[in-house]
Write a protein that binds this ligand. Structure first.
Ligand code: SF4
Ligand code: SF4
Length: 407
């Protein structure tokens, strides 16, 4: 079991409660079991006393966005995300995950009538022959407006395929590959402007995060192996999705048992770069003009997972954008992959806090670095009839590149 050696991690928890102050789930539910501290106690009991988890315990374990806000503030660096994942893995070994999967399957296939819109993704997906293991089903707001799925994956488009000789790989992730081709194009533009020719393998699939977050480690490991194999010859692997990036950088190493496999995952982790790490301020016009006011939402996995928060702001400012900060730009948007399907009301309440925070600024544009956050926040703003656009950071950057001198 991949996360089994976590005893030392929960033993580090001194029950100070600092983590409760930042947990979006605890903020909504105000129950100890929903707090990071409460979850740690439950995980410990699950592993140490062998008690049969109640429905309520399973619910508390599933009520985590894996946003790591708790990890960021914990004085003892307790990794609640890993502990929650270890519990989900254990529950998946019994009945828990099967129940989650069954619920998701029902919702995804629209059989319950709960989620007509998500059901319609599946209709599109079946029409387009999307692999039903794709993370796309778990990375969109289930109960809101769903963006249209393109008739062809970006990675399957021949004009975008370069050779293995190219040392910079571009991992798209499901949302960009199936839906947001404009993000892929803008990322390619930025990579080329930085002097790189991206290698975009044709057979890209899910990074494995949705499977991991549901405790299905076998499936996540299988998907991780496939991704690593695609980029064997690349020196670096660039992504424009904070969630995929963090999965590949931080979690792959936990998916494997043998030292060789672990080492391979660690070496792969060193290659992972967000596009804003690769782009440099000198690539943009700095003529003092203002392109408008934007507010920036920090995706959890980009900020806390990959440690990237300042650089997108620096680049946006260099590209002529005035940044007006919301009160809590690093607070989770409430999507959390399968979390938003399983806990729809809770997810919506957390998203609404985010859009309220956005509304406290005068910005008419929100920039962010994760297509999942983008889809989720955007759908809530539309639902609230608000004329605020949500765009990926690369969109604002690619349109502000310095013009090449005419030859
Ligand atoms: S902040 Fe850390 S030590 Fe304190 S209760 Fe939370 S997990 Fe435990
Ligand atoms: S990861 Fe986020 S949602 Fe989960 S317990 Fe920590 S703060 Fe709460």
């Amino acid at each position: 079991m991949m996360f089994l050696n976590q005893e030392d991690r929960y033993a580090l928890c001194v029950k100070c409660g600092t983590c409760r102050t930042v947990c979006p789930v605890f903020h909504e539910l105000n129950e100890e079991g929903a707090s990071p501290r409460g979850k740690i106690t439950l995980v410990q009991a699950l592993f140490e006393s062998g008690f049969e988890p109640s429905k309520r315990t399973k619910k508390f374990i599933s009520e985590c966005l894996l946003c790591t806000a708790c990890v960021e503030v914990c004085p003892n660096h307790v990794q609640t995300d890993l502990l929650v994942l270890s519990a989900r893995e254990k529950l998946a070994d019994t009945a828990g995950n099967k129940l989650i999967e069954a619920a998701l399957t029902k919702v995804v296939f629209g059989k319950t009538g709960i989620s007509f819109k998500l059901g319609s993704i599946v209709e599109q997906a079946i029409g387009e022959k999307i692999d039903l293991e794709s993370g796309i089903f778990y990375r969109l707001p289930a109960n809101r407006i769903i963006p249209e799925i393109k008739s062809k994956k970006f990675s399957a488009s021949k004009k975008n395929i370069h050779t293995h000789e190219t040392k910079t790989g571009f991992f798209l992730g499901c949302l960009i590959d199936f839906i947001y081709h404009d993000i892929a194009e803008d990322t390619v533009t930025l990579l080329e402007a930085s002097g790189r020719t991206p290698y975009i393998p044709a057979h890209q699939a899910c990074c494995g995060l949705p499977a991991l977050s549901m405790g299905d480690i076998k499936k996540a490991a299988k998907q991780a192996k496939a991704v690593m194999a695609l980029f064997d010859t690349s020196d670096s692997v660039v992504t424009a999705c904070g969630s995929c990036g963090s999965m590949m950088k931080n979690y792959y190493k936990y998916l494997f048992d043998t030292p060789e496999e672990k080492k391979r995952a660690e070496r792969f982790a060193e290659k992972i770069k967000d596009i804003t790490e690769v782009a440099e301020p000198g690539m943009f016009d700095n003529t003092g003009h203002t392109s408008g006011t934007v507010t920036y939402h920090d995706p959890c996995h980009l900020k806390r997972g990959m440690g990237i928060s300042e650089k997108p702001r620096i680049l946006l400012a260099k590209a002529g954008h005035k940044i007006e900060e919301m009160h809590n730009p690093g607070r989770c948007c409430g999507l959390g992959g399968a979390f938003n399907i399983k806990h729809r009301k809770l997810s919506s309440a957390i998203t609404k806090e985010k859009t309220d925070d956005i509304r406290s600024t005068t910005a008419a544009t929100v920039a962010t670095g994760c297509p999942g956050c983008m889809a989720n926040i955007s759908a809530m703003l539309v639902e609230q009839n608000l004329n605020i656009k949500v765009v990926h950071t690369v969109h604002l950057l690619a349109s502000s590149l310095k013009k090449k001198p005419q030859s």
